[in-house]
Design a protein around this ligand. Sequence first.
Ligand code: NAI
Ligand code: 15L
Length: 267
Amino acid sequence: RPYGRILLTGAAGGLGKVLRETLRPHARVLRLSDIAPMAPSEGPHEEVVVCDLSDKDAVDALMEGVDAVVHLGGISVERPFEEIIEANIRGTYHIYEAARRHGARRIVFASSNHVIGFHRQGVRLDSRSPRRPDGYYGLSKSFGEDLASFYHDRYGIETVSVRIGSSFPAPRNRRMMHTWLSYRDLTDLVRRGLFTPGVGHTVVYGASDNRDGWWDNSGAAILGYVPQDSSEPFRAEIERQPAPPADDPDQVYQGGAFTAAGPYENM
Ligand code: NAI
Ligand code: 15L
């Protein structure tokens, strides 16, 4: 049964635009929000609200009448801490506080592989493996997962934290052959994250059925998630790219180039 109203944050972004279309059957009303401009509402099933996640009162108002949240909004790449703290750390806290105050019971949180990015490639991880954030961005996603855990234990709000690998129309390089998540599998995972009962706080990896994947996603069994796509059809095209040196961070660490960003002391 669809939700009455789902709030989708980050609706102007790459994944937000995809889920704006594919979540449509799952809520009578989709409230779409971003700090950036979005395409206007296409009818009574859509509400479009510009909102800065770092503004606590604005996020509180945004949550009025919301039953469930798909939280994609925030900075999606490595940036200086001062930027990350506003959008991702304060922003995600504001979402959880507003959910508590307004009675929203379920959140799907767009976490990231950069929570475990400093593990070396080829090391097999599951959702209980130690986190090794690869920057301030990864730290903010790690904080988001802990916030989800705390708000479940303290207030009973349930979250599925999806550690998304690389979700684009196609993998872009050799690393993404291991980390790719198709839009179809993303949509299926988010839908299961919204509707599966009794998830408490569950951490899963957001990856398609890629050959030589690094992540044991048995933690996703509770969701019944079985990826339908794989990066394999893109292999020939990707392997035509010149091979980077063996010590390139994109070849060494699961988080790839994010591990080599910064320092930002002169910002
Ligand atoms: P994106 O950068 O295209 O979208 C993020 C959206 O958040 C943007 O439209 C941006 O305007 C908005 N935003 C940034 N700061 C904001 C603020 N202060 N207040 C309100 N909105 C703000 O990123 P994408 O690829 O669509 O990713 C969506 C989510 O999934 C992000 O949280 C990202 O960290 C996460 N993710 C994405 C992956 C991918 O491969 N696409 C991989 C891992 C995680
Ligand atoms: C992420 O967390 C980013 O949001 C996305 O833009 C990609 O860089 C992805 O990780 C990745 O690791 O490929």
